[in-house]
Design a protein around this ligand. Structure first.
Ligand SMILES: C[S@@+](CC[C@H](N)C(=O)[O-])C[C@H]1O[C@@H](n2cnc3c(N)ncnc32)[C@H](O)[C@@H]1O
Length: 220
């Protein structure tokens, strides 16, 4: 894993403790240089996530790519939105906790609709009107330390239609230090969703690795 000085933005992001106000403050600052910083580090999560969305659509969905409804959760400045658009998806909505990030995402024109101030750590993030709407819910770079607790996953399943897919990256240190694996197991046992496959130990950013999880909401 890449060793980072404490003032490195990625290191700071990992220490936010899931606190909504701190996350918004931090990303207000980082939004200005985020795209350049993560490009400089070889951030791959958005492209890998969009590639998995393409694979899912080709393999399991009956909808045409251009009609496939996608919600990009924790969309940030829209890097996954760009990758999804490049993959041929055009019905893409997004949300994030940090308004400064969605403001950047607005500018790229890859999203149909964008929502800010949506906290995946909240009991009710306020996404009720979008329940069971999407064929695919993507979430790149959000299940990382300091950001969203594993339980936030349930809000992504709430957005997916039955038979739809949820694609989530989990950074390697997040998997080691949280109970995400156990929570994913509970999701399966409860019958909410089935794990279709994982892409284990794949590129994420710099030398850091991540697992990418592809779940299908039940009943399919
Ligand atoms: C590393 S960035 C990833 C952004 C984008 N998905 C990408 O891959 O470039 C993490 C994003 O998660 C958002 N985020 C952090 N905590 C969140 C929460 N509790 N609820 C919703 N979004 C959150 C941040 O505001 C930030 O935009």
């Amino acid at each position: 894993m890449t060793s980072r000085p404490p003032d490195d933005p990625v290191a700071k992001a990992l220490a936010l403790d899931g606190d909504a106000a701190r996350i918004k403050d931090f990303y207000r600052e980082w939004s200005r240089s985020y795209d350049d910083d993560v490009a400089g580090e070889g951030y791959r999560a958005p492209e890998i996530t969009a590639s998995l969305a393409r694979l899912v659509q080709l393999s399991w969905l009956r909808t045409k790519r251009a009609d496939t409804q996608i919600m990009d959760a924790g969309c940030g400045t829209g890097l996954a939105g760009i990758a999804l658009r490049n993959a041929g998806f055009v019905q893409v909505d997004g949300f994030d906790i940090a308004p400064a990030m969605t403001e950047k995402a607005e500018q790229i024109g890859a999203y149909r609709r964008l929502l800010a101030d949506i906290d995946l750590n909240a009991d009710d993030p306020g996404l009720g009107e979008f329940a069971e709407t999407y064929d695919i819910v993507t979430c790149a770079g959000v299940f990382t330390l300091g950001h969203v607790a594993p339980e936030g996953l349930r809000h992504l399943f709430a957005l997916s239609r039955k038979g739809g897919f949820v694609i989530v990256s989990t950074r390697e240190d997040y998997l080691k230090k949280t109970d995400f694996r156990a929570y994913a197991g509970q999701v399966e046992e409860s019958g909410m969703a089935a794990l279709t496959f994982t892409l284990p130990d794949a590129s994420y950013v710099g030398d850091d690795r991540a697992d990418y999880w592809v779940f299908r909401k039940l009943p399919a």
